[in-house]
Design a protein. Structure first.
Length: 418
């Protein structure tokens, strides 16, 4: 192994760029993550920002610890051997010698590493690059005295980034990815990245040496490969699950039950909570946490306003995000829009359309349609799904006030319709 400069009292110690680069990664990743879904709902933007922040923060932490990354001086070595000198300055020994680090208040930190071959006062001689217990490194040494030998550790070294920070980033990133993608993709990609990183870290340490840049690159590439494989596995798992209910429009019931409900006469159909899993209902309604919307012809709104003539003044509505996506996908094609909304094409033929947005609040009451509602037509399907699979619910508009609980907009101009 290449001999390294011998350490002496008053030589500087320094920390890596891990902490600062992690912070930069957190901020930059959050901005990029949010920007990729800027047109989505608030929850999606926040979740995407969290995924980006955690991924970029972890990457910044590792890259900041590489040998080529900049260091910043945080103190100096303060206590050395009483009887061994290097260049007329006290020599530094692992375990016995101390250093003062400005980033860590309290008592001085012990030198925790040294040469396995050279001993001073019965302890390993410290050299350039050897660490103190706070993870700072000896940043300079003698210009003409060098000590060889592999590195040996004598004291526990605290990581520059506390372990709990990495666990929090891992947990937040996994949870956020479950929102942005699916729980299966989140869990399997995280497990794959963790496994790949562990294998890469071991292989890199064996090939390139413990703590080397090669080991860190191996860990990073292992994490990426494992994470990518886990993500593909999660997507395949989701596809297999979804395929089970292809014949029921994605609703988790049997084909026989699905057809039976459709064939049941209106006003005799069972309530959704009697045949749908509670978790499905909760997840379905949560898609409307950002609000609900519907598209109506202007003449129909002028004639009837909001609400069907039943005791709840009910309306069939889609999620705010889902309706926005439908508008974007159909690009003014009213026939395609009617198809996606599950209504007859004649209803939208005039082309003069309005969008009604319902706001979450005290009067925001939504339920999965039973098919018994006044507005349920021949295209109604069980499970609160439109023919395209987009979610729908029934909202009770009784007592709602325009401008407070809902607003009406001209679909073409976006202006409020009075």
């Amino acid at each position: 192994m290449t001999a390294l400069q011998a350490a002496r009292v008053d030589d500087p110690i320094a920390h890596t760029a891990s902490k600062s680069w992690m912070i930069v990664g957190l901020i930059g990743g959050a901005i990029l993550g949010a920007a990729t879904v800027a047109t989505g709902g608030l929850a999606l933007v926040v979740a995407s920002a969290a995924v980006g922040a955690c991924a970029a923060g972890g990457l910044g932490e590792v890259l900041g610890s590489m040998s080529w990354a900049p260091r910043h001086v945080t103190g100096m070595l303060t206590e050395g051997s009483p009887n061994v000198y290097v260049n007329s300055r006290k020599a530094i020994r692992a375990h016995l010698s101390l250093g003062k680090c400005d980033e860590h208040s309290g008592s001085p930190k012990r030198v925790a590493e040294g040469s396995i071959k050279i001993y001073i006062n019965n302890y390993p001689a410290a050299r350039l690059g050897d660490k103190l217990t706070c993870s700072s490194e000896i940043f300079a040494g003698s210009p003409n005295v060098f000590f060889g030998g592999a590195k040996v550790q004598t004291d526990e070294i605290s990581p520059e980034i506390p372990g709990w920070v990495n666990w929090v980033m891992l947990g937040v990133g996994t949870a956020a990815l479950a929102v942005v993608a699916t729980p299966a993709i989140a869990v399997l990609s995280t497990a794959g990245a963790f496994t790949g990183g562990t294998v890469g870290n071991w292989a890199g340490g064996w090939l390139f040496g413990e703590g080397s840049d090669g080991q860190k690159w191996s860990m990073l590439f292992g994490s990426m490969i494992g994470g990518g494989a886990g993500m593909k596995g999660g997507a395949k798992f989701d596809a297999m699950r979804a395929a089970r209910f292809d014949e029921t429009n994605g609703v988790p019931i049997s084909k026989e039950k699905f057809d039976e409900i459709i064939a049941t006469p209106k006003n005799e159909r069972p309530l959704p909570e009697t045949y749908l899993p509670a978790k499905y209902i909760d997840n379905h309604l949560s898609e409307f946490s950002n609000g609900a919307s519907r598209i109506v012809p202007r003449d129909a709104y002028d004639a009837y306003g909001v609400g069907k003539p039943d005791q709840w003044a009910s309306e069939f509505v889609g999620s705010k995000d889902g309706i926005s996506k439908t508008i974007q996908e159909t690009a003014g094609n009213t026939q395609e829009m009617a198809k996606q909304l599950g209504i007859s094409k004649e209803q939208l033929e005039s082309g003069e359309l309005l969008r009604i947005d319902f706001f979450p609040g005290d009067k925001y009451k939504i339920v999965i349609p039973s098919g018994n509602e006044f507005g349920a037509n021949s295209q109604w399907l069980p499970g609160g799904r439109l023919p395209t699979g987009k979610p729908e619910v029934v909202i009770w508009t009784k007592g709602m006030v325009k401008g407070v609980d809902y607003e009406v907009y001209d679909l073409a101009t976006g202006a409020i319709y009075e």
